[in-house]
Write a protein that binds this ligand. Structure first.
Ligand SMILES: C[S@@+](CC[C@H](N)C(=O)[O-])C[C@H]1O[C@@H](n2cnc3c(N)ncnc32)[C@H](O)[C@@H]1O
Length: 368
């Protein structure tokens, strides 16, 4: 043990020395000038410059996208191409500002400016047509506000607006009013389509089984599941009020903080549920699910996760920051989720290769 830790110290020291030397060279302005004369190194330098510029200015891109969504510009352009003057009149933004917005939108691939007309481009069309995308972009103004003071956000001091948007994370499940529940349930339902597609496409589902979707909200996942597998018998377990607008599935009202998970199901899923909660809450929930399943029963976890081999842009940058701002949330890597499953009795854990890790990663495990 002592030997392996000293070997680790040595390789960390060597790596530290290597980074130090490399960074000294990168910082040297004469070397930068020299390297910029050669095609390969000048390409690397330009790419790094562009990446730094993108990092520095990404917040402007986000707000341009937000303005296109919030002002209704994308929808107006979906009806027909417009001139700057026409669009300005429709969205109620000054002509000069509209022109700047449209040139920026062209650069970002949202619209196309051609002979004084503005057309909706492919990216803009996709944003309009992907279910839940407009609502997701709109609700990000809350995270944006929380990020205005990022140092105190990361320091964990700050009361966040995002934690108020997701009030159940503090265990207030039973005291939420229906307005609170339908506000977030609606957003989740609309953005469920892609998650459901990737989840259902990853796993093998046996005919006629009984399935419980824990934290299944208003039943958007259940509806997609039953469309693909009409023989399934699906129930949803969620806090009261989550299914207010959808009576088409069997809804079992309860809170996994205080109630047992209902029994009699072959498969239990948690779709975008674990990452809302800390390790203790997740462990307690997995223990309850394990007890509720019969021998041979299956659990399915599906949600966005951290990068496994190295941090990635969606899991480690976006989702980790988002769930941290929720206060009790935590984005986990597939192996962290697998560890929690194993610690709570599950075996034969399988992580499915994700087609779109920014949408979801799927894990299944068994009770044997
Ligand atoms: C992020 S949403 C995901 C909803 C849905 N599974 C989806 O992917 O669209 C988390 C869900 O967990 C539910 N939830 C939160 N706390 C809960 C609790 N203590 N007991 C049961 N459900 C809970 C919420 O009401 C909400 O529907």
């Amino acid at each position: 043990m002592a030997q392996s830790s000293s070997r680790f110290d040595l390789s960390a020291k060597l790596l530290g020395w290597w980074y130090n030397q490399k960074n000294k060279i990168i910082k040297n302005i004469h070397i930068q000038d020299f390297l910029s004369r050669f095609p390969i190194t000048s390409r690397v330098a330009r790419k790094e410059g562009e990446a730094i510029f993108q990092l520095m200015t990404g917040f402007v891109d986000t707000q341009i996208l937000f303005t296109f969504v919030k002002s209704g510009a994308l929808q107006y352009l979906d009806d027909r191409p417009l001139t700057i003057d026409e669009l300005s009149g429709k969205i109620g933004i000054d002509v000069k500002g509209t022109e700047i917005l449209c040139r920026a939108g062209h650069a970002l691939g949202l619209v196309r400016l051609k002979s004084k007309n503005i057309f909706l481009a492919r990216r803009g069309t996709l944003i309009l047509s992907l279910p839940g995308m407009m609502e997701l972009i709109d609700h990000h103004s809350i995270l944006y506000e929380d990020l205005l003071d990022p140092i105190s956000l990361f320091d964990g001091e700050k009361e966040t607006r995002l934690s108020q948007f997701w009030p159940y994370v503090f265990g207030k499940a039973k005291s939420l009013d229906s307005m609170d529940v339908s506000r977030y349930s609606d957003l989740m339902a609309k953005s469920q389509f892609m998650v459901a597609r990737d989840t259902i496409g990853s796993i093998k589902i046996n005919k006629g089984i009984k399935w419980l979707d824990v934290g299944g909200g208003s039943g958007a996942f259940a509806s997609e599941l039953v469309k693909k597998h009409p023989s399934l018998k699906i129930s949803i377990f969620d806090i009261p009020g989550s299914n207010a607008d959808n009576q088409s599935h069997n809804f079992i009202s309860g809170s996994f903080f205080t109630d047992q998970i209902p029994t009699g199901f072959d498969t239990i899923s948690c779709i975008r549920v674990l990452y809302d909660h800390n390790d203790q809450t997740v462990s307690d929930l997995l223990t309850k699910i394990y007890s509720a399943l019969p021998l041979g029963g299956k659990i399915i976890i599906s949600e966005p996760m951290l990068g496994e081999l190295s941090p990635n842009k969606w899991g480690d940058t976006y989702f980790a920051t988002y769930t941290y701002a929720m206060k009790t949330g935590k984005t986990r890597s597939p192996s962290q989720v697998a560890d929690l499953l194993v610690k709570n009795g599950f075996s034969k854990v399988k992580v499915f290769p994700s087609r779109r890790p920014f949408v979801t990663t799927v894990i299944e495990a068994h009770k044997n």
